[in-house]
Design a protein around this ligand. Sequence first.
Ligand code: GLY
Ligand code: MN
Ligand code: MN
Length: 490
Amino acid sequence: MTDELTPETPDEDEQPIKQRKNGLYPGVSDELAASMKTGWADTELRDLEPIEQAPNTARRREALSRRFPGERLVIPAGNLKTRSNDTEYDFRAATEYVHLTGDQTEDSVLVLEPRENGEGHDATLYRLPRSNRENGEFWLDGMGELWVGRRNSLAEAAALLGVDCADVRELAGSLREATGPVRVVRGHDAGIEAALADKVTAERDEELRVYLSEARLIKDDFEIGELQKAVDSTIRGFEDVVKVLDKAEATSERYIEGTFFLRARVEGNDVGYGSICAAGPHATTLHWVRNNGQVRSGDLLLLDAGVETNTLYTADVTRTLPINGTYTDLQRKIYDAVYEAQEAGIAAVKPGAAFRDFHDAAQRVLAEKLVEWGLVEGPVDRVLELGLQRRWTLHGTGHMLGLDVHDCAVARTETYVNGTLEAGMVLTVEPGLYFQADDLTVPEEYRGIGVRIEDDILVTEDGNRNLSAALPRRSDEVEAWMARLTRQRA
Ligand code: GLY
Ligand code: MN
Ligand code: MN
């Protein structure tokens, strides 16, 4: 779609509006301009209830305030990224911003300003207000509401989010003039970073980013509820895929990707990461997202996909399915080994355990199997010590999950990888075995087989809860589940 109307180039002083490109009709008559100013109803929304997570985001801002007393803290949502001309990529707000506000609006910036009395901060959310109709912004600006849809007014946003709101167009100027220590979350808003360029240091900004990453390690009840919703939608997406495997065989892996995406987009915001729809030997490529390969009866399908909810929490689930509904003997042997490793990994997830424990438990099982099958020379302890199993296990056994699929990724080693599990953490347990198609060190029949099983596990006070337990996992249960779903095909 291109614009239907574009005015003559305005006098910049009179009309500081970013013009949309690609207009078809130059010129706007005075009569039309006057007409567009008036005749619009007052649509202000009143008596709005705060969003459900508003008390949670307020608590997070208070904790942030306590960690950085006396400092101005700037947390941008990010900007739209141009795809071409006046077309933008889909926008996804920065995770740090979402966690502290519950909001997802582009160009917005959360600022915590230290109070003059030295006690705490005042939080202000800077954002674009409703479009001005008097100066034509409403219909002549590329970001005018006529083009992009109605925005919340500042008062509406304040009521919904429980934070004072102000016009973001004034923010860069006031940050330029501000004095005192300041930190910004980098990488999301170049304009805001430019305004702060001579006031911030990379090291201090990184401390803020690390704090915000660690602040997401423990999920509250709202977040756990959202993650469960994400998982539940994901399970329905996996069911959708099984029902159309015949259509995927007739087309390509893209049919699987599109089918899962439909579920993600209808029930949630999006997929939380590019779906890995890897049939046959593609399953041995860890980040196979091209999804343009053939889907063949007799092969396995490794489907690694997650729905992201409308609040932006994502699931991350993998099942490796026999495309024709029944594992071959060798596929089953490999699958059952990975299942056993996953069982050992999940059993090691409990409060007080080291984060590394579940990885070590799963790796030990896989190493035992590789030795038992004669693929690597034992004993198992030697294999583990030298890491020889890693030729086929390839990756770590899991990671934190939340707003990001690889959540809390910049947390310090001592709080995450070398840290201890605590109730409220949510992580994946996802061992795998991958025999590359060109791996001459394994018998030919193994080559091109890749298996991963991935579930989303909540650490509870007394152990763990598998949020994705409703999706069958044991090989015989997977086959029975697929048989039931394929019988339901129209
Ligand atoms: N889907 C990415 C991962 O499993 O980590
Ligand atoms: Mn995954
Ligand atoms: Mn994962």
